[in-house]
Structures are given as C-alpha cells and as structure tokens.
Design a protein around this ligand. Structure first.
Ligand code: PHE
Length: 408
C-alpha cells in the first residue's frame, strides 16, 4: 500500500506499490531458528561450522573461515540482485517470487546477498547463515521462509598454486585475456579455474561426508547462476529421488573486481539447511521446523553436537485434524502465544499447528485467523470425542487469555 509504513525488526519502512510482505511473513522474521540452541537447524549450522573450523586453519592455527549468523534479513534490492549481477528483468526479481518491503528494500531471497559486502570488508573466507524468504508454494518441502548457509573462499596466486610443484609452476597465472567458454570466464586461466573448482568440490564433498557419513549418494549437476561461472548443483538421493541441496560455482570476477579483490579468484556455495536436515534426520515435513511440537524438538536436545541422532518418525497412529477460527484483538496478538497456549493445554498430543487462513474483513477491518491443529498420540489411537473436549478447551482458553473472539 502506498503512503503507509511497515515495521520490520524495529525499523520502519515506507511502503509503496511494490510492497508485498504480509503480516504472516513478517511474523516469521526475527525467529532466527538457526540461532536457537538445540533447534535442528541450529544443530546443522553448528555441525557445518565444526567441519570448517576443523578442516581449515590459518598459519597461526586459527579458523580460516569467519562466521556471520546474525546479519539482518532486510537488504536492498541492490544487495540481493545488482551486487550479484542479476540482470534487470531476471525471473527471480518478479514480485510473485520475492517478498518486497518496498521498491528499495526486500527480505533477502538468498544469503548470497551478503557476498559482495563481506568481500569488500576484506575477508578471504567466510560463512553466512541466515533466514531467507521466497514466495513459493507451501508443501512438505517448501515454506516461504527457510534457511541457507553461504560459504565463500578467495585465493590469491600464491595460495591457489602453493601446492603445485615442479618446472613450469613458476609460470602459473590466475588471469588472462581470453574468451568465455562453458568451462571458464574470459579473464580466468584454465589452471586457475580447474584448481578453484577442484577445491570447491573437494570441500563440499568433504562436508557431505562429514554430515552424512559415507552412506549418502550424491551427484554434481551443471547449472547456471548470474553470479558464478562455471556453476554446479549438488543433489542427494533421498527416498529414491534426487533432491537439490546446494548451488555453487566459481565467483564472477566482476563481483570481486568491484569489491576490492581484483587480485583474487574465488568460489561460493549456498546450501539449504532444511533440505539437509530433512535428508539427514528423515524429517517428513518442512513446517515442523517452525512448530513447537515437543515430540519433534526434544529429539534434538543432545549434550554434544556430535551425538548421533536417531530420529524417530512420528507414530503410525492416525492424526485427528481440527480447525479453530477467531477474530484477533486490534493489537498485541502474537501467534506464538497461541502456539504456547495449545502446547500448555494439549501437551504431546498436538503434533502441529498451522495457520490455515489469515484474512481481514474488508468492512470491519477485523483480522481473522484459522488454525489447523493436528492431534496425534504417540502410543494409541485418539478418538474424536477425546480430542473434541481438548479442542473446545483450547478455543475457550484463547478467548480468555489472548483476547480473541471465537468464531466457533
Ligand atoms: N544463491 C543460490 C541460491 O539460493 C545458491 C548459490 C550460492 C549458488 C552461491 C552459487 C553460489 O539458489
């Protein structure tokens, strides 16, 4: 809406006709699941950090990669697109694909939005973990907010060719003035690209081996990104089908040139944390990451990030699904409070709570939420009579404790 403002993480932004963020999506901003101790996404992030800390140290024995996991998710369109050479008119810029705060700011669609700025700050190796937002269909593997971990590593001539010995090693160069081919950029030498690509793939294969053990099947697929060339995707075999878990490639030299790193070449990757966790632990539904389901969360409360998790899939006893709808109070309503309330009343019997409907009545301006609550017992089949009692109690408690008006 033109002329209004929207508040995100304590900052106010003027809205315009590009704005398409919704209260529901803004309610997810700031949750930072990847920074909540013992959350499965936190656990995956910690394990990836551990791999990089152990595998790569500098001459003084300190970790080579610095980690950023609290960069705010509101970025400029310039950061999310232009800084990465995403051309005007590229499909990813469509209003139907991203969440815009305004024509100038958006919720980042990928952690790559921070690449250029972190390189410019002088870093040669870093990881960025964060929440990212995309307008996607909601199903068992897609959710409009998810989490990525980005990695970037730069090499100067000495560090890239350090291991190469023998006659001719002296003459190795990073740059030349040539032609762009499917294998390399115009300014890169073939030897610089091959070593960078080799290092990238070895690093990511090492990471997958570390996370999954040797038992996982993966493959490399060629692809394209505006900010890397050549580019690759890694797919992992999951329940008989190939699931894309990361994108990566040799960074476009123009990005590095513009970020004060014209004397270096680099690789970058971006991995989806939910995808990894779903494959690793056999998690059946992406929405579980956002839920307060105790049966789910308590399985990740382990003493050490190295303790193996034997994730127990949910019981086969049938679920019972009940909806509850109410008008929200004019202000002060927090969805989390409702989750909390249901959990306090129904305990382990509630498997998930999802917002099934969120709309504003045009004439009265009142907002209504409908929640779909899935009840399921871990050890027996629940009857609808048992659940009905509980469900009614939830509705009544919401009225008295949260100030909502029931539509039941
Ligand atoms: N940003 C890309 C995505 O979200 C992934 C990527 C990161 C690809 C870094 C190449 C390099 O799909």
């Amino acid at each position: 809406p033109r002329g209004g403002t929207v508040a995100v993480l304590g900052r106010s932004y003027d809205t315009d006709d590009v704005t398409n963020v919704t209260p529901h999506i803004l309610g997810l901003v700031g949750r930072q699941l990847h920074n909540q101790e013992h959350h499965p996404l936190w656990l995956i992030k910690e394990r990836i950090k551990d791999f990089f800390y152990k595998s790569f140290t500098n001459r003084r024995g300190n970790p080579l990669f610095s980690v950023y996991d609290a960069l705010p998710p509101v970025v400029t369109l310039e950061q999310n697109f232009d800084s990465l050479l995403v051309p005007p008119g590229h499909p990813s810029r469509r209003r139907s694909d991203s969440y815009y705060v305004s024509g100038r700011h958006m919720l980042r669609a990928h952690t790559s939005a921070h690449q250029r700025d972190l390189v410019r700050s002088g870093l040669n190796a870093f990881l960025v973990a964060g929440d990212v937002y995309r307008r996607d269909a909601v199903d068992s593997t897609h959710y409009p907010a998810f989490h990525q971990l980005e990695g970037v590593r730069l090499f100067d001539r000495h560090s890239l060719f350090a291991e190469v010995q023998g006659s001719g090693a002296e003459g190795l160069r990073l740059f030349e003035s040539g032609a762009r081919t499917p294998l390399k950029q115009e300014t890169h030498t073939m030897e610089a690209v091959k070593l960078t690509e080799f290092n990238l793939k070895e690093t990511l294969q090492g990471l997958m081996g570390y996370l999954f053990g040797e038992g996982v099947q993966w493959r490399w697929v060629d692809c394209t990104f505006p900010f890397t060339h050549p580019s690759f995707e890694m797919e992992v075999l999951h329940h008989g089908s190939w699931l894309e878990v990361l994108g990566c490639g040799v960074m476009e030299q123009r990005i590095l040139d513009g970020a004060g790193a014209a004397d270096r070449v680099g690789w970058a990757f971006g991995v989806g944390l939910e995808r990894l966790a779903m494959v690793l632990y056999g998690i059946p539904d992406i929405r579980l990451f956002w839920s307060s389901n105790e049966h789910f969360l308590r399985q990740f409360r382990i003493d050490s990030i190295h303790t193996p998790i034997h994730f127990q899939a949910f019981s086969k006893y049938p679920p019972l699904v009940n909806d509850v709808s109410f008008w929200l109070p004019p202000d002060g309503y927090e969805e989390n409070d409702f989750h909390e309330l249901v959990r306090s009343l129904a305990g382990d019997l509630v498997e998930s709570i999802t917002l099934a409907d969120d709309y504003v009545d045009k004439t009265t301006g009142r907002r209504s939420h409908c929640y779909r609550i899935t009840y399921r017992h871990m050890e027996k089949t629940l009857t609808q009579q048992e659940v009905a009692v509980l469900h009614e109690r939830v509705g009544r408690a919401a009225q008295t404790q949260l100030g909502v008006i029931g539509r039941f």
